[in-house]
Design a protein around this ligand. Structure first.
Ligand SMILES: [Zn+2]
Length: 85
């Protein structure tokens, strides 16, 4: 197996990484909520892509969870009131 003959100095190694820069990615604004997003991808804020709702966002799941809990709470209260009678 080929092995490097000498240790590459810190200066040589670091000069290689000095030319490696962080690339600025292209950003577009969401057509629905104007939030900056990557092109050709569904918006992570509102879940829209090409004017249609594609994905459930975290806030959507939170709203749905609250609705389910409220429904369970009202059902539990109804059951308690029926049991008391
Ligand atoms: Zn959006």
């Amino acid at each position: 197996m080929p092995v490097p003959k000498r240790k590459r100095s810190r200066a040589r190694r670091d000069s290689r990484f000095a030319n490696k820069k962080i690339a600025v990615k292209a950003l577009v604004l969401c057509s629905n909520c104007q939030h900056p997003q990557l092109p050709h991808q569904a918006c992570r804020e509102c879940g829209f892509y090409k004017g249609a709702k594609i994905i459930n966002t975290k806030s959507d799941r939170g709203v749905k969870r609250l609705e389910i809990r409220a429904k369970q709470k009202t059902e539990a209260q109804r059951d308690e009131s029926q049991a008391a009678q």
